[in-house]
Design a protein around this ligand. Structure first.
Ligand code: NAD
Length: 490
């Protein structure tokens, strides 16, 4: 950790402002950022509206060709420097992430660690081979190369604000795109200001990265802006569907990374202490506010009762409260509206016959770790993303039934299978229609090296990370070369 600079973030520099070619005022004014645990003011930032997005997109467009002409080595150097700065200043930055997003210390630490890993991965992308020599139908030379789209618009959510912003931003920059980024207005510091500061200090040329916090109106303006070629969106299926509709009307490439209702299948030969621990982590980490959260625990009938008992015991002992005390496992839910939605889903399940075995109540924004058993397909909690700390247990008799329950979901992001017999688990994994399966692990797994994403309401066929990045953040350009022009029949 960098002990020399305890004021790396330097709030004086950006309070009330947004990051254009420099820190400047927006036309849409200033928004206060509040700690969801206490309501205390964290800071204020410049908030962007459509006019600010238009300005940022024009500025990003103006410098894109020059940025694309820099060498991959130069871009990699800046990216690696930004990753160094994130890691070196982690001790200062973690409390900002905790306060702004209601994260416990370890989760905020993961944001720093994974954020840096994503940036370093992007640095390796900058020096990948980008061309192919093609077969030819005549004497000419034919080749194709991967080129940047131009300006990429990034839109990110509140839950893992740093990682989910930087994974798109860094990959886009690596290939020579410039970026207009709109973090969620509830988490503009972790999802925006921190990223602006590391790239500013790393020597990224002015204008290449523009960060303008804003709401849906600013996001929609990005989807229409003539200077933006691609939208990389991470958020809800509802938001993603609107983004795809508007951006599609304006002929943009759209990458959608959306929600999940992820099954953890626990087979009858599983170690139940380990399975209960995996279930608790998958369902309760960051209050269940994770796209990959374990949304359904599918327990084979013969072990369901024992597994449930162990999970209930864990849930009853998980302390909930203000993360700044460092004494809690679960922090606050991001908003009162989200608390009400969790309660709606729990109440619906109980009214339709589910057993409430732990939690089910909240003290303001603090929702207790909750366990519901007997969750069936007629209940909303069976299908909908809860985005709260609610473990929903459903039983199954045969492996085929577990596969069918998983594949019937409207979402298809992630799944996990726990069994003492990994060959058995792998046979099941092969049948699951999801983008990511983890054998002998719960569903919350991410990182820069694997293609992340899933079908149906989880996305539009795109992936992010690992080998997917070159596909998503560049496009093909075909070049054919004749030594001299030749005549045609007319
Ligand atoms: P959200 O869709 O409400 O908001 C996400 C972002 O989109 C925010 O920046 C928001 O301002 C913006 N936005 C909302 N409506 C928009 C519109 N019409 N046009 C343009 N921009 C718009 O999502 P949320 O509730 O903040 O985040 C939680 C959701 O995100 C969950 O569904 C979760 O599963 C999903 N998520 C997915 C991933 C993934 O990688 N697949 C990761 C994290 C979260």
């Amino acid at each position: 950790m960098n002990v020399h600079n305890q004021n790396f973030l330097d709030a004086e520099r950006w309070q009330g402002l947004a990051f254009f070619a420099d820190w400047q005022k927006t036309t849409a004014g200033v928004a206060e950022v509040r700690d969801p645990a206490t309501g205390a003011l964290v800071a204020s930032v410049g908030i962007g509206g459509p006019a600010d997005i238009a300005r940022a997109a024009a500025e990003a467009k103006a410098v894109q060709k020059a940025w694309a002409k820099t060498t991959g080595v130069e871009r990699a150097k800046i990216l690696n420097k930004a990753a160094d700065l994130l890691e070196e200043n982690g001790a200062e930055l973690i409390p900002w992430i905790m306060r702004e997003s209601g994260s416990i210390y370890p989760k905020a630490g993961i944001e720093i660690e994974h954020g840096a890993l994503f940036i370093r991965h992007a640095a390796t992308l900058a020096t990948l081979p980008t061309g192919l020599m093609l077969p030819t139908m005549d004497e000419r030379t034919n080749y194709a190369k991967r080129v940047p789209h131009g300006v990429v618009g990034v839109i990110s959510p509140f839950n893992f604000p740093l990682v989910l912003s930087v994974r798109s931003i860094a990959a886009a920059l690596a290939f020579g795109n410039t970026v207009v980024h709109k973090p969620d207005p509830r988490t503009p510091i972790s999802g925006g200001i921190i990223i602006a500061r590391i790239f500013e200090e790393a020597g990224l040329p002015k204008g290449v990265l523009q960060i303008v916090p804003g709401g849906a109106d600013a996001g929609e303006a990005m989807c229409k802006d003539p200077n933006i070629a691609m939208i990389s969106f991470t958020g809800s299926a509802g938001g993603g569907s609107k983004v795809a509709e508007v951006a599609g009307r304006h002929f943009k490439k759209v990458q959608l990374e959306l929600g999940g209702k992820n099954s953890l299948i626990v087979l009858d030969d599983a170690d139940l202490d380990i399975a209960a621990s995996n279930s608790a982590w998958g369902a309760f980490l960051h209050q269940g506010q994770i796209c990959m959260a374990t949304g359904l625990i599918l327990a084979q009938e013969s072990i369901a009762e024992a597994l449930t008992e162990k999970l209930v015991a864990k849930a009853q002992h998980l302390p909930v409260g203000d993360p700044s005390t460092n004494q809690v496992a679960l922090g606050p839910i991001i908003s009162d509206g989200q608390v009400a939605n969790i309660q709606r889903l729990v109440d619906d399940a109980v009214a339709k016959g589910a057993k409430l075995l732990a939690g089910g109540t909240h003290d303001g924004r603090f929702y207790a770790a909750t366990v519901l058993s007997g969750v069936t397909p007629d209940m909303l909690a069976f299908h909908e993303e809860v985005f709260g700390p609610v473990a929903c247990i459903t039983t199954f008799k045969t492996e085929e039934e577990a596969i069918e329950l998983t594949n019937n979901s409207e979402y298809g992001l992630a799944a996990g299978v726990i069994s003492a017999n990994s060959a058995r688990a792998m046979r099941i994994a092969d049948e699951l229609d999801v983008g990511m399966v983890h054998i002998n692990d719960q569903t919350v797994n991410g990182g820069p090296f694997a293609p992340f994403g899933g079908p149906r309401k989880s996305g539009n066929g795109t992936r992010i990370g690992g080998p997917a990045d070159i596909e998503e953040f560049t496009t093909w350009k075909w070049i054919s070369v004749k030594d001299a022009a030749t005549p045609y029949p007319f």
